[in-house]
Design a protein around this ligand. Sequence first.
Ligand SMILES: [Zn+2]
Length: 310
Amino acid sequence: MTGNHLFQRLRKKWRFVAIVLAATAISCIIGTLMARNPQRSDNPAATAALQVHNLNQSLTVNPLVKEVGNDRTAFNLDRTVEKLLTVLESQEKLLTFVPPEQFQGTTVFEGKVKDSEKVIALTVDDGPWPEITEQMLDIFKQNDVKATFFWLGKSIENSPEIARRVVAQGHAIGNHTWHHWYDPMDAATAADEIDRTAKLIYETTGVKTSFFRPPGGVLNNGLAKYAKEQNYAVVMWSVTSADTDPRAQPSAFVKNVLKGAKPGAIVLMHDGGGDRSRTIKALPEMIAGLKKQGYRFVTIPELLEMQEQA
Ligand SMILES: [Zn+2]
């Protein structure tokens, strides 16, 4: 259930608006009925108090309003709305991935952190993908790992529910274009590849992201150029699991990552674009090996924020 938690809360935003409208409507109806009834309308203060009471009752049936705190005896609509807006603002922050200014419009291959900062960022490309992404999410959850997923528009189109689960579990999101094209393209096509994907990411999950990974790591086909113009951080990698090698065993993926690990490293793996069951097989051992080396796992936004502060 926790997987849907964030989105239940988002929906509450609209539920709240509906409840406020409903409460207002109820208050108006009650007010009108009372005005028509001379016996009950001769005390305007009592009528007003009843309206506020009704509004309060309507609002307090909303669990989100309960959560932000309300006082049934001294109801203060302004204060409740103010607190509610703070909650919604923090929700929006959780769904917005923007690199620190110094990285906007630049290409990043790894995080530059102190050797004593044993942090590493796992990145997962080409999904969301049926079954594989879900298995990956379970492994990440069991190991308390947060990763960064670079999504394809066409993959989100096929698996919107899985996309929502990834976001609900607190992972960071980046744009990986719509079609995963490598060949050079004109500016309009590049713009469409990135903007169309950004739009679907937002419509599907509420996420806005300014992190971009070019398909195949190709930096000169027009995509990275457009992404930089739009102030994305273009995120490459410093270690590859090489999990797209069709002949390699999962143990090789583990070896590649453990051998290349260093503080600030960005690790490449895949959850989509083909059968990634070998990546799933390798993942628990990969995580265990990195933990044994003393690493903790950060998302790309977290990694760049660490570097900015260093
Ligand atoms: Zn890719």
